[in-house]
Ligand binder design. Sequence first.
Ligand SMILES: NC(=O)c1ccc[n+]([C@@H]2O[C@H](COP(=O)([O-])OP(=O)(O)OC[C@H]3O[C@@H](n4cnc5c(N)ncnc54)[C@H](OP(=O)(O)O)[C@@H]3O)[C@@H](O)[C@H]2O)c1
Length: 270
Amino acid sequence: MNQKISFIGAGKMVSAIVKSLLRSNAFQANEISCCSANDGTSEALSKETGITRHENITALLAAKPDLLVLGCKPQQISELPAETSESSNGMLILSIMAGITLSRLNNTFPVARNIVRSMPNTPGQIGSGITGYLFANQPSDTDREMIHKVLSSLGVVKLVKEEIDIDRVTAISGSGPAYIFEFTCAMEEAGIKLGLTPDLAKDLAIHTVIGAAKLMKKSTFHPEELRNQVTSPNGTTQAALESFTNDQLREIVANATQAALDRSIELSNA
Ligand SMILES: NC(=O)c1ccc[n+]([C@@H]2O[C@H](COP(=O)([O-])OP(=O)(O)OC[C@H]3O[C@@H](n4cnc5c(N)ncnc54)[C@H](OP(=O)(O)O)[C@@H]3O)[C@@H](O)[C@H]2O)c1
């Protein structure tokens, strides 16, 4: 039977997409297949979800999937077997690999029906991610819907206008979870310096970030307004925020994201 959707890779991101597609009934298990470099990962995913497992990419492509998802690591694209280009004739290709450009994908899959480059982020592993994506060519309505359905399994999706936007997405939401984790560590460390026990400082930092994130999601107010609501004149929050302003927090964030953007462009061109 021809497979509807096949995944090269069976790691964290592929597993998250597959489970979410099955949970939402977007696809049935017999319409999905995967393969991995070593048997273990794809075997485990197949056992857990009931999807088909192929021995290798050659077998996976022989099942002629309508959509081929590239879910391996970026450096692994150069290890794909030579026949991949020919065998992917007429397929829709979706890459979730960081730093692999559309031009590189076009070279690897010259006879594909269309190619999509996307940039998810790690919260996608629990369906709370945000993904920016871009088609190489104007898509048909069916292809547009298919890609939307698959990527929304990781969370929110945003179609971007030009490829440089993918590098910008990388700098904000792709690398962004790490900024929040680092900020959380800074809060934890500061709590310890103020005299809290390490356990309490960690719990306070983590749950403050989770609570604030959930409030931002639920509230109709912009984060700036939510910030103002907890900032009483001459109060404790104002004292802390003035220190942030003096230390130019926004400039620090702008510089950090520019560094991420520059590096993303550099890696894409490598
Ligand atoms: N993790 C994230 O949140 C995140 C965010 C943004 C983008 N991404 C992108 O998503 C992709 C996957 O990331 P991940 O975190 O899910 O990685 P991962 O857990 O390491 O999974 C990579 C998978 O690719 C398989 N693979 C490698 N070479 C292969 C080959 N030649 N043939 C078939 N399968 C092969 C691996 O097989 P084995 O299991 O046998 O080694 C593994 O199952 C990466 O390109 C990454 O840039 C991930």
